[in-house]
Design a protein around this ligand. Structure first.
Ligand SMILES: Nc1ncnc2c1ncn2[C@@H]1O[C@H](COP(=O)(O)OP(=O)(O)OP(=O)(O)O)[C@@H](O)[C@H]1O
Ligand SMILES: [Mg+2]
Length: 522
């Protein structure tokens, strides 16, 4: 009543002046500092407001002894779209105290009606919301900055825990969305985890501990003067779990994934802009790096057609596409995409000054053909860990049998296990092939095992035949070469023994390599 009376009796100007004076006097004698964090700062949303809200919501709902204590028992509850967690919040005009590094502070959530609709490019909420932070003047200098950093960090952590992670793509090309972002996102709900991933347990444990060290390594990276990032190169035949491993990494660390489609990026500066718009705690993925852009001097076209793009590369001027370029309109490099992204642009992206804008980022490249990659991309420091995803080994098979059929150690007869272990290495079947056999027969475990054994035996036999044929071809080729050399230089016949030996090695290597490609296709 008194307030209404004062409002009606005293003119607003006088009221304002008195209030100001009163505030000044109060500030002089008060031992506290007050900071206002409003929801909308001019026309932009104040990120700090959202961070504080999230942080306080965790404090309000927490039951740990260090948690803040509310002065009232009223909390507001919200659940975001697609979020699986409920967030607690301070109700309007409520207070909450918190302790940071032994210093007590008080937060107040203040909501007042917006007086008049000021001009704005976008509609503003009808209420003005803000937090007021009260800190003791003597504590201000040594905790304020650290406290706000702590809140921002904590809020990001809560956000990641609450929300489903996001999978970003740049498939829109260089175009930006209404908020100026080049990335488009969808909720990321891949079920792959390190438990479901079939690979050598020791290798898996090594990768997991490497990831854990990375995530906990802020102090280490700072001390050693390194950018807080790590690169993984996953290579191996198709269907061995490279993409599944990326999903498992993201689920393990709780990071978002940025799936970078290099063929949609036209210039190095566009690549840089994309990188600048990625958030920290994320995995930046370039799949099939050998197909995405032509990274080496080889002219050999790959069979993934659409993925190839022409380009000019450092030290490779002969690779520029255009009217005079090798091949006509049908040439796979001449696909009408004037992509001028360079290898050095890509390397700067992963390793240069730009790679450290933002922190805590993991780069993952995948390829089916590591031998096609430029050595510059492989040198240590760029890709810290090279992970070979191989055909299914016996330990990996056991993981698949457990996941698909529910078999634990000791559930399968030793005789069958022995038979499986005899053929598994030779059969060179991928986990994808094996999981297909298991899924097909998942209602009948015995049948699944029988069919799997049969499939492995057939595959092993086929491999044996192919290898035998290849050896014979290599022998024939070797003999033909020797004869040719003997005919070309009859005087050198005496040196055939050593020279021939070298050739055999080369031929075998060649045979082996073709074999690998063949395996990949199979
Ligand atoms: N190591 C593995 N552990 C468990 N499942 C696997 C594994 N490898 C493959 N799979 C299964 O096979 C499917 C294909 O695997 P994935 O896409 O990860 O292979 P990839 O190595 O990325 O193949 P590509 O080189 O063709 O991209 C997955 O859906 C998964 O279910
Ligand atoms: Mg893949």
């Amino acid at each position: 009543f008194c307030q209404t009376l004062l409002h009606t009796v005293i003119p607003p100007e006088l009221r304002f002046a008195v209030l100001k004076l009163f505030q000044r006097l109060f500030n002089c004698f008060s031992s506290y500092c007050y900071y206002e964090i409003t929801e909308i700062d001019g026309v932009n949303t104040n990120e700090l407001y959202n961070a504080v809200q999230l942080y306080l919501s965790s404090s309000a709902s927490s039951t740990t002894p260090s948690a803040a204590a509310t002065s009232s028992n009223r909390l507001s509850l919200t659940r975001g779209l697609n979020s699986s967690a409920i967030t607690f919040g301070l109700a309007n005009n409520d207070r909450l105290s918190d302790v940071f590094n032994g210093v007590s502070v008080v937060w107040e959530h203040i909501v007042t009606p917006r007086q008049s609709q000021t001009f704005s490019w976008r509609p503003l909420p009808e209420e003005k919301r803000g937090f007021t932070l009260r800190i003791n003047k003597k504590d201000k200098t040594h905790i304020l900055e650290a406290y706000l950093d702590f809140i921002t960090e904590k809020a990001n952590e809560i956000r990641r825990k609450n929300q489903d992670r996001l999978l970003y793509t740049n498939s829109r090309g260089g175009s930006l969305d209404s908020r100026g972002h080049p990335w488009e996102s969808v909720p990321f709900k891949h079920p792959s985890t390190f438990d479901t991933l079939a690979m050598d347990p020791a290798k898996k444990a090594e990768i997991m501990s490497d990831l854990r060290d990375f995530a906990d390594g802020q102090a280490f990276y700072k001390r050693t003067g390194r950018a807080w990032k790590r690169g993984y190169l996953l290579y191996g035949p198709p269907g061995t779990g490279k993409s599944s491993m990326i999903a498992a990494m993201a689920n393990f660390l709780g990071y978002d994934i940025y799936d970078l489609e290099l063929t949609e990026v036209n210039t190095n500066s566009e690549l840089r802009k994309l990188l600048m718009k990625t958030s920290s705690k994320s995995i930046i993925v370039i799949e099939d790096i050998d197909c995405s852009i032509n990274l080496t001097n080889r002219k050999k076209s790959n069979n993934s057609g659409g993925r190839t793009s022409g380009g000019s590369f450092d030290g490779g001027s002969d690779m520029r596409t255009g009217p005079g370029a090798p091949g006509g309109p049908g040439d796979p490099e001449n696909n009408g995409n004037n992509n001028s992204i360079t290898l050095s642009g890509l390397l700067n992206f992963t390793d240069g000054l730009w790679s450290c804008c933002g922190s805590e980022r993991i780069f993952v490249f995948t390829t089916n053909h590591i031998e096609k990659l430029d050595p510059a991309l492989l040198r240590s420091g760029r890709m810290d860990m090279h992970v070979f995803m191989s055909y299914c080994s016996f330990p990996s098979l056991k993981i698949l049998l457990k996941n698909y059929l529910g078999y634990d150690d000791g559930d399968i007869e030793t005789e069958i296990l022995e038979k499986l272990s005899e053929v598994i290495e030779e059969a060179e079947m991928t986990p994808a092939d094996i999981s297909e056999v298991l899924i097909k027969n998942r209602r009948d475990n015995d049948k699944a095992l029988r069919e799997l054994l049969e499939a492995l035996r057939i595959r092993a036999e086929k491999k044996r035949l192919v290898n035998r044929r290849r050896r014979m071809e290599a022998d024939v080729e070797e003999i033909a070469e020797e004869e040719k050399r003997a005919l070309d230089s009859p005087k050198e016949v005496g040196g055939v023994a050593t020279g021939g030996g070298d050739d055999v090695e080369v031929n075998y290597k060649k045979g082996g390599k073709e074999g690998e490609e063949d395996n990949g296709i199979n």
